[in-house]
Design a protein around this ligand. Structure first.
Ligand SMILES: [Zn+2]
Ligand SMILES: [Zn+2]
Length: 186
């Protein structure tokens, strides 16, 4: 049995949400199955900090959790182009709790850093962050292995030297947590 993944978008293009959905489905092949709908949810105005010009990431995680319950999904991921922060951190690429997460595309774009757009690089970064947050939503902690997408990334530089796949030991952890058969893991 596969886990049902709901991808929703808040101030993000459908194209970006679909790219994240494809990346997550492929990254957790045999484990998650995405819902066909990609609902649009509105960004919580109260979560905006005027001083920081950013939104509080945890507000989007709560929003994802609400969408997950409403649509009877096992995991929900919100894709947003809004820049997110968490208390004590200048910014976050995403955030998650068990069952729900958010990914921000704001800093994954070269244009954010004053550089010419690079769609291939953007998609690679989005792949890593979307998979990483869904990994947390599935209960995976950070991984020490740099080539694993569950490694902690604190900058686009770290994302760009990081890997796009889940390592063997994280796969085994998932397998144990969900009682998945070997065949269910690729
Ligand atoms: Zn993390
Ligand atoms: Zn790992």
């Amino acid at each position: 049995m596969k886990l049902k993944l709901l991808v929703a978008r808040a101030e993000s293009t459908l194209e970006e949400a679909l790219a994240a959905r494809r990346a997550v489905e492929a990254g957790f092949r045999g484990v998650v199955e995405a819902a066909s709908e990609v609902p649009e949810v509105s960004a919580p105005g109260w979560a905006y900090s005027r001083g920081r010009r950013q939104y509080l990431a945890s507000a989007f995680v709560k929003l994802a959790e609400e969408a997950r319950r409403a649509r009877r999904a096992d995991i929900a991921l919100i894709v947003t182009s809004l820049d997110l922060y968490a208390p004590g951190l200048n910014f976050v690429f995403g955030e998650a709790m068990l069952g729900a997460g958010v990914v921000s595309t704001a800093r994954l774009k070269q244009s954010f850093w004053g550089l010419p757009e690079d769609s291939k690089l953007f998609k690679r970064r989005l792949t890593i962050v979307a998979r990483h947050e869904v990994g947390h939503a599935l209960g995976l902690p950070h991984c020490m292995n740099w080539s694993c997408f569950m490694h902690f990334h604190n900058s686009v530089y770290e994302l760009d030297i990081g890997g796009t796949e889940l390592c063997e030991s994280c796969w085994r952890r998932l397998q144990a947590a969900y009682g998945l058969s070997r065949g269910g893991l690729r």
